[in-house]
Design a protein. Structure first.
Length: 315
């Protein structure tokens, strides 16, 4: 059975927005449809999401799914998002706001919703290069909280190291689309964070936990650690165990290899959030090359080098 993959540029993964569960699910199905019809989507064509498909993917009644889809049309038309993206020509970071769709509607007789993605969205879901995140749709099917879906996406970017950088409380609230809701930390943790973590742990391929960071007695941010569940790990590791070459440790690299590896590491999707604001690929690669000389950094880069499968013979 063909995998249903949701693929997003990391700029979109890290964007700030507020969408309900049904709106997010429509986006997922539209992304899958868009990637299957690349010529159509690049021309800004209409994408159809049928109630039958929604019902099948998310295990709900067809009639119920269509009514939910119709209600989501208005919200999705009004919804926007804010994102940051590196300008490849100048190496500077731009900050943008966009809508999700240029057009959206429904056809009762066909039981479907039609939409046209906004022009800013198209390259973030179809013309992807190094910095993107991909996961199977089935991982988010069981998530009933809009915050659980967003948190799963934010965390899964760090699949190789299985630990996020520190995310400030204000940044996390922003990415989850929270403005005036749950301002008290107790309510935020109970109604948003703990609920999202519980659903992720029950319904996805990972088990996640978080650590609070404080200034005095005030919680200022969080880091998230996760592990891949045993069954998923077995499936992911099956091919790797049989034919993945031994990795080249940083201490064994020649100067030439350090330069080559650093350039490749700088373009890995999992390291996108490790780049500093305003740092282009070249500057990022130079910093990585320097850090490969630092023994304290070896454990951080080891999983990435392992994933790339570098060997001592690579020189």
């Amino acid at each position: 059975m063909q995998k249903q993959l949701v693929t997003k540029d990391n700029s979109l993964i890290g964007a700030s927005y507020s969408l309900g569960v049904v709106e997010q699910r429509l986006i997922f199905l539209a992304i899958i449809e868009a990637r299957e019809q690349k010529t159509l989507i690049e021309a800004g064509g209409l994408l159809r999401i049928y109630a039958q498909s929604y019902a099948k993917q998310f295990d709900v009644e067809k009639h119920t799914s269509y009514e939910a889809m119709k209600r989501a049309v208005e919200g999705l038309y009004e919804a926007g998002f804010a994102y940051s993206k590196l300008d490849e020509r100048t190496g500077k970071v731009g900050h943008y706001k966009s809508r999700w769709v240029d057009k959206i509607g429904y056809i009762d007789d066909l039981g479907c919703v039609e939409l046209v993605f906004a022009s800013d969205v198209i390259p973030l879901i179809t013309r992807l290069e190094a910095r993107y995140t991909e996961y199977e749709l089935k991982q988010v099917v069981g998530l009933q909280s809009e915050y659980a879906i967003r948190l799963y996406e934010l965390v899964i970017q760090w699949r190789s190291v299985r630990k996020t950088n520190l995310i400030s409380l204000s940044e996390l609230r922003e990415k989850l689309g929270l403005v005036d809701e749950y301002k008290r930390i107790e309510a935020f943790k109970r109604r948003v964070l703990d609920l999202a973590v519980k659903q992720i742990n029950e319904h996805t391929d990972i088990t996640v936990e978080y650590e609070q960071h404080k200034q005095g007695r005030v919680i200022t941010g969080f880091t998230f650690k996760f592990r891949i569940k045993t069954q998923a790990k077995k499936l992911l590791g099956k091919k790797r165990d049989s034919d993945m070459p031994d990795m080249l440790t940083p201490l064994e690299m020649t100067d030439k290899q350090k330069g080559v590896f650093a350039a490749k590491l700088s373009k890995m999707s999992e390291l996108a959030n490790y780049a500093k604001q305003g740092e282009d690929y070249k500057a990022f690669a130079e910093r990585i090359e320097t850090e490969l000389l630092d023994e304290s950094k070896h454990s951080f880069y080891a999983p990435y080098l392992d994933k790339l499968g570098f060997r001592a013979s690579a020189s």
